[in-house]
Design a protein around this ligand. Structure first.
Ligand code: SAM
Length: 213
């Protein structure tokens, strides 16, 4: 994603009602924080948040939390929220590397990873959001058999991810190398990047996994 410094974005985020500040202090108390018993699902690396907003609109019985590393990107999502307010959508600006400092085991119902940065150099493999290091983090916050759902048009990243989920002992429940011509298309919600890549004719790969103790 092309990043530019958006002036005042940090301040805008700090003052916004949709962003959760001091999220680490809520660890282990998310149910009390929301007080409505709704499950919590995450999109890690949510970009401008279109996917999450579409999901949140469709599923008012679920809380969606978008995790995004950069203020300059997150601020775009906040601007969209001003246009279409939703009370089941929230954002945390953080590096997902620290996700276990924010959620306790079992607090997260499901995790979406959409068009994650590929980090093509081998020495950066552990930064990929589907690396075994990240899978371990997801295992430590998800409920029992909570799903991780990953979409990308990047075939080398997808192949790497398949190897990592197998190596880390996760169960592959769904897998397709061409989502838009597969049995899994029904109910699919497009992300911003997905719209771009589908328009170019790139096949979209998708996998869904869970960890069985
Ligand atoms: N998910 C969106 C979509 O499909 O349209 C955006 C995809 S964009 C290629 C990847 C996003 O993930 C960027 O906004 C980037 O800043 C964010 N990101 C990458 N690594 C991250 C990390 N470790 N923690 C949080 N966000 C991250």
């Amino acid at each position: 994603m092309r990043l530019r410094n958006v002036k005042g974005s940090r301040e805008q985020i700090a003052a916004n009602e949709y962003t959760i500040k001091d999220a680490e202090q809520i660890k282990g108390q998310w149910k009390d924080y929301f007080q409505d018993g709704k499950p919590i699902q995450l999109e890690i690396g949510m970009g401008k948040g279109k996917f999450l907003m579409r999901l949140a609109e469709k599923n008012p019985h679920i809380h969606y939390i978008g995790i995004e590393k950069y203020s300059s990107v997150l601020v775009r999502a906040l601007e969209k929220m001003e246009e279409t307010p939703l009370d089941n959508i929230h954002f945390i600006r953080m590096d997902a590397e620290n996700i276990v400092n924010v959620f306790e085991k079992g607090e997260v119902d499901q995790i979406y990873l959409n068009f994650s940065d590929p980090w093509p150099k081998d020495r950066h493999a552990k930064r990929r959001l589907t690396s075994r290091q990240f899978l371990e983090r997801y295992h430590n916050i998800l409920k029992e058999e909570g799903r991780v759902i990953f979409k990308t048009d990047n075939r080398p990243l997808f192949d790497f991810s398949l190897e990592e989920v197998e190596e880390a002992g996760w169960t592959l429940e769904k897998c397709t190398f061409d989502l838009h011509h597969s049995e899994y298309l029904e109910g699919n919600i497009m992300t911003e990047y997905e719209e771009k890549f589908v328009a170019k004719g790139n096949p979209i790969c998708m996998l869904q996994v869970f960890y069985k103790e």
